[in-house]
Design a protein around this ligand. Sequence first.
Ligand SMILES: [Fe+2]
Length: 216
Amino acid sequence: MGGRIYGQAPRDCGLVDLQPTEMMFWQDLFIKPAKQFEPVLPANLQQFGPLIAAVMRAEGIDRWIDHNVFMCAKTLWVSAAESMNRRGWHTDGFMSSDINYVWSDCYGTEIWLADELVSLTQDHAASIDEMTFLAADPFYGSIVTYPDRHLIRLDETVVHRVAEYPVARMRSFVKVSLSKGYFNRVGNSINHQLPLPVAYEARTAERNVPASKEAA
Ligand SMILES: [Fe+2]
């Protein structure tokens, strides 16, 4: 990990044409353990079956089976003042091998594309400052978004942030995370059909810290 790898483009895995309407807030729900093929989805989340199938297809069945899988699913009212995710430049799974697929029906994630890939200090706080500095200056790269309802694959090299929400409206956002570890922060959604096999740990205010612990 590390080196001049940051600022890469995500992979656009194409349209997944869902129109969720039920309000919800699921955070890092455990939906599948490694070595198992079938996800275990609460009834409210079964509507996202086509999106999960698209993740399986894009990632490949071997890698799908190889990883623990977690899911965020949020359909909420958003406005300039009320974001559903934390704002600011970051990478998902910084300094980890986690893979994240994101999907939204509006106000898509903003991606910073480096003209030349950059290295970042391998420290969660210093790297945030560096990303913020680089993305603010068009000399280093550009900011792009992908079409609504497209599934986008991110690894730790993709620098991105939540979009602004200038006009208040309902917004749906889904994230499917593949990890070798477990997302075990206190407060994460609990899958009552699939208990997390590790203890929960306190949630911290810091960001860009890997949400999961890599298995030893
Ligand atoms: Fe993110």
